[in-house]
Write a protein that binds this ligand. Structure first.
Ligand code: SF4
Ligand code: FE
Length: 482
């Protein structure tokens, strides 16, 4: 098949027996649920755009494994150009959905596992790289969405995995069999879990030899026996259950996260990509984290484009597009957003080839990229709220606007410039609310802080790679200190 259409993707998700729980109840699937459907629509966009002749170069490429045309989200990067096109693709998807489109976690996991499996085999004579290449051929041919799963619940952050009071707080092997292993544990904050075909699990942090049962990477179908998920609540999520669409802010698209639980799940040998070689956990984690920190220089920029556009429309609707302070705020928002994009492009341009042959981002610059993402979207959101005005959080509901008696008053008193229908003005207010405080705030605001690792995780990487000793030597050299 190699390229699914958006509709084929939706039907493929409907066919799975994924166990999804939300608000204390099991739901039949993600396709027909009004709260989850917008998140599925966001992933569908990654298929729809790949069918569009205008976006072929960004959205599709040629598999180095099969020579066939594939979706770029299933690609193993073969050059720095691939890394750059990845970021551009993510900006495009962010612009089209104004939400998290979820498919990047799999792409970033593919590239991290690919390089690490090769190096583990070189050191240990294992066969993880062959396993993984076969797996990638399957993923590319079937055009699958894979949830790249890294974050364990972690319990007491001061204790190693094996030293936790509850041994399941890090996902681990509980049984070794001739044909595979059985694992137990959970992965938290799993982006797009209900919209995925597969889940690709990696360790969450550096591991010591005592933690070897926790140093495991593998993939299983998302509906494998023993896996279930509990969907995370989002601000304003139940607005999707109401009549009308205006109050949702973003009527069609959204993101989703879940706590995915592995309750004694069997993993066959050919789906194992790391198993006890604890010294390779660090590299795998750092690679995945760096790829995903690069990703944020694309996706958050695309969503930022929508937010800047919404703020500019709000200024037009309020009759103040020419006010110098409004113009300056919009310039500042663009400046901040393009700075993030520059970081995403820079760490891609400075990429390098791994021993396995795929391309890795410049990890220092990728971490600088994400560190900026922990700050700039907050300032962009603040400026958008500044331009929008307080009405973005005080305006009446769509039901009031539609009410035969109340509606005319809402229309009359919430009017901006006379030529703009009040409904259009309120739609833009709800969109800004959605991006800064509502369901999409998960993807744009708080995820900018914690997604792909919290700010401190980047600062650790920056301190390790910033070459302070080299910088000191430069200073001493200038003044002639030995
Ligand atoms: Fe992709 Fe961004 Fe969502 Fe991560 S947060 S999965 S990079 S859209
Ligand atoms: Fe994310």
């Amino acid at each position: 098949m190699a390229l699914m259409t958006g509709e084929q993707y939706i039907e493929s998700i409907r066919k799975l027996n994924t166990r999804i729980y939300m608000f204390g109840k099991q739901i039949p699937n993600a396709v027909d649920d009004p709260i989850l459907r917008p998140s599925l629509n966001s992933v569908k966009m990654t298929y729809d755009l790949a069918q569009d002749p205008e976006y072929q170069e960004l959205m599709t490429t040629t598999s180095h494994l099969t020579g066939k045309k594939i979706n770029r989200f299933c690609h193993i990067h073969q050059s720095t150009k691939d890394l750059i096109l990845k970021v551009k693709m993510q900006r495009l998807c962010g612009q089209k959905t104004a939400a998290c489109f979820q498919r990047c976690v799999g792409m970033d996991a593919f590239n991290a596992v690919y390089a690490t499996a090769y190096e583990t085999d070189q050191a240990h004579g294992t066969h993880y790289f062959d396993n993984f290449k076969k797996y990638m051929e399957y993923v590319q041919e079937a055009d699958l969405v894979v949830d790249g799963a890294m974050t364990d619940p972690k319990g007491d952050r001061g204790l190693a995995p094996h030293a936790q009071a509850d041994e399941d707080l890090f996902l681990h092997v509980v049984e070794r069999r001739p044909d595979g292993v059985v694992v137990r544990g959970a992965k938290a904050h799993q982006t797009g879990a209900s919209n995925s075909h597969e889940i690709l699990v990696m360790p969450t942090q550096a591991m010591k030899p005592e933690d070897k049962d926790y140093a495991i990477a593998f993939s299983v179908p998302i509906d494998a026996e023993g896996i279930f998920m509990i969907v995370g609540r989002q601000s304003c999520d139940t607005r999707k259950l109401e009549d009308g669409t205006m109050d949702r802010g973003n009527p069609c698209f959204g993101g989703m996260e879940a706590l995915v639980i592995f309750d004694n799940v069997f993993v066959p040998n050919d789906r194992i990509f790391l198993n006890g070689e604890s010294e390779f956990a660090t590299g795998l984690v750092e690679r995945f984290a760096s790829y995903h920190r690069q990703s944020y220089g694309g996706c958050k920029v695309g969503v930022g484009d929508v937010l800047i556009g919404a703020a500019a429309v709000a200024a037009d609707q309020n009759g103040v597009p020419k006010a110098s302070h409004v113009k300056d705020k919009l310039i500042e928002m663009i400046h901040l957003n393009e700075t993030l994009y520059s970081c995403g492009l820079a760490c891609s341009s400075n990429g390098w080839q791994t021993a396995a042959g795929n391309y890795m981002v410049d990890t220092l610059l990728a971490n600088v990229c994400k560190q900026n993402v922990t700050r700039f979207p907050y300032e962009i959101a603040r400026l958008a709220e500044d331009i929008a005005g307080g009405i973005m959080v005080t305006c009446p509901s769509e039901a009031d606007l539609n009410d035969p008696e109340l509606g005319p008053y809402v229309e009359k008193y919430l009017q901006g410039v006379a030529s703009v229908p009040t409904r259009d003005r309120l739609k833009i207010m709800r969109l800004i609310e959605n991006l800064t405080l509502g369901t999409a705030a998960v993807g744009y605001r708080t995820e900018s802080l914690h997604g792909a690792g919290s700010p401190q995780a980047q600062r650790i990487m920056i301190s390790r790679q910033g070459d302070l000793a080299g910088k000191k030597a430069l200073a001493k050299n200038i003044v002639g200190i030995e």
